[in-house]
Design a protein around this ligand. Structure first.
Ligand code: UDP
Ligand code: MG
Length: 339
């Protein structure tokens, strides 16, 4: 059944991989593939178009197989069920072999015609080429507003600056991709993670087209979950806000405890007031401090669990060699170095 092996391009390291998550996109695939091929074929480079079927329930996988038979540059991978856009994208990025890897949506909202521009910025030395989306006129004011608000809140809470309108339409150099993939976070938020890497970026604006066929797979509820996930994945600030509030409360409690003791000494209290409120203040003060301590450790554990690299390499001689001839002469160089 696996006819697709023969369609995998011969070279194991193509110059370019284009990774596209697809969820119930049966109507869009052939148009998408056609347009990508039209744009990329004239560039005469070695490339692969990697279509990731994110557990679609329609004919997406069949369409991918058909495309793979028609074009030897098309590869397909299929997830066992629907894992969501970010996970599908991640699966594709892991499977991609290219020296440069472009990720984009499969509904033609990200215009394939921009691929040469992204490639040019990469050849000019950019390791991350991002795009920012300006919405077309048909996009609702609500979507535009909430989107720009989100990026502001995200940047504030996570201390990872993220430009408004960032999308998952971008090019990553192999070296940046390797760093990105070394983050072992199961609920990874790719946009945030790429910003976190903080490579010098080239940013290209584009106007998002309308979806060719079908409906957005991101209804408001999913969008909110995605937004919340992005912030939680990157920030322990909500926890820190809790800690600050706890500390304030405990300071207040202890101050009040002093007041109670003074009042008690002056005999200006009713029976039982000092003991009740004094005990309450003391316990709440201690409790909030303990909660703060627990929160601090929890935050650290959370960040450590993500196994983000402790540092991000700016330069690695080995990874930077994009030039085909450099890559081929590698074993010889190694030999001469060893002798
Ligand atoms: N997608 C996916 N899995 C999902 C939802 C979406 O792989 O669970 C893909 C979808 O096929 C498309 C891309 O992710 O190629 C972006 O999705 P969509 O166009 O629905 O999002 P929007 O553009 O409305 O934000
Ligand atoms: Mg879309």
């Amino acid at each position: 059944m696996n006819t697709m092996h023969t369609d995998i391009p011969k070279t194991s390291t193509p110059q370019l991989s284009i990774v596209v998550p697809m969820y119930n996109e049966e109507e869009n695939i052939k148009h998408f593939v056609k347009r990508v091929v039209q744009v990329v074929a004239p560039l005469e480079l070695d490339y692969e178009l990697l279509l990731v079927d994110d557990g679609s329930r329609d004919g997406t996988w069949l369409e991918i197989q058909t495309a793979a038979q028609l074009f030897k540059t098309v590869r397909g991978i299929r997830l066992a069920r629907n894992f969501g856009h970010q996970s599908a994208l991640l699966a594709g990025l892991r499977a991609a072999k290219g020296q440069a890897v472009i990720s984009m949506d499969g509904d033609l909202q990200h215009p394939p015609e921009m691929i040469p521009e992204l490639l040019k910025a990469w050849k000019d030395g950019a390791r991350v080429v991002s795009t920012t989306r300006t919405y077309s006129k048909t996009t609702s004011a609500f979507k535009r507003f909430t989107s720009s608000l989100y990026y502001r809140i995200f940047s504030y809470l996570s201390e990872v600056p993220m430009k408004s309108g960032q999308s998952d339409f971008r090019l990553l150099d192999r070296s940046a991709l390797e760093q990105l993939l070394s983050i072992r976070q199961s609920d990874i938020f790719l946009r945030g993670a790429v910003s976190w890497l903080n490579y010098p970026e080239t940013t290209i604006p584009f106007v998002a087209a309308d979806r060719l066929h079908g409906e957005s797979k991101y209804p408001l509820s999913k969008m909110l979950r995605f937004a919340r996930g992005g912030i939680l994945a990157f920030s322990t600030k909500p926890l820190q806000i809790g800690i600050a509030m706890g500390l304030m409360t405990s300071v207040f409690s202890f101050a009040y405890l002093v007041y109670i003791l003074v009042q008690h000494a002056r005999g200006q209290t009713v029976e039982g007031w000092s003991s009740t409120l004094g005990l309450l203040s003391l316990l709440f003060g201690v409790l909030f401090i303990m909660l703060g301590i627990v929160g601090t450790y929890l935050g650290r554990i959370y960040i450590m669990l993500q196994q983000r690299p402790q540092y991000v390499l700016e330069d690695d001689d080995r990874l930077l060699r994009k030039n085909e001839s450099d890559v081929q002469s590698e074993p010889q160089k190694a030999k001469s170095a060893n002798s």
